[in-house]
Design a protein around this ligand. Sequence first.
Ligand SMILES: [Zn+2]
Length: 268
Amino acid sequence: MKTAGHLAKHPTVLDSSTSEPSMFLLNSLSRFTRSARHKNAQNNGSSSNLSVSSHSSKKSSTTSSTHGNHAQRKQTPLYLRQPFISTHLVKGNFSTIVSLPRYIDRNEWLAINVYELFTYLNHFYDVFAAFCTVQTCPTMSAAPGIDYTWLDSNRKPLRLPAPQYIEYVMAWIENRLRDQSIFPTKAGVPFPSNFEAIVKAIYKQLFRIFVHIYNYHYPEILHVSLEAHWNSFFAHFIAFGKEFGLLDPRDTGPLKKLIDVLEFQGNI
Ligand SMILES: [Zn+2]
């Protein structure tokens, strides 16, 4: 997926030392990425009544249903077991690098970090796209019995296959990142008054993708030995979300145990 050129438009923020762990993650990821997700999206679109091109007419859902199609998993998830839970690429506590740097505008800091997190999650998902299909993930399942749904233009909740839901989310977010009235890139143009609410809505959707990958694609993460990168990336995402109050505790339930462990371990 192509992304907006926000990076180049916030050079002063990018020059800060806080981008270092993320850039390392991105460089490490580059050898794994591929364009399979777009191919999957096209294939999935043709096998359902919904097409990727209808992104703009749809909005993200704030509801979830309770009829997951995935089999019940009663064992402790792999990502909560040793040694995986303690495997991190970046040592130390992310809270020290996500805080607002002196002389940086809060909204500018939110904008560049949300852009970066979106970009990196996009790269990560590319790695797993070939394994996240209509057949393997017929719903956007968060956990056994919990599906995320998407609201169509009439605000009717739709239960979409996970790859299609994720494709919609990424397009929905990218459209906002490219919208100059929401993420202004020209000097003197203010952020909208509801900017933080928009950032929270974006963060909520990104979190849902983390949930799906942790709960349904962690074996693939292990298969390509990305668990250290993935865990550190998630810790960075959560630490930033905590620092700026971007995540509602009502939404983080599916990964609450993991977040608790990251806090206990001193990662966030
Ligand atoms: Zn999936």
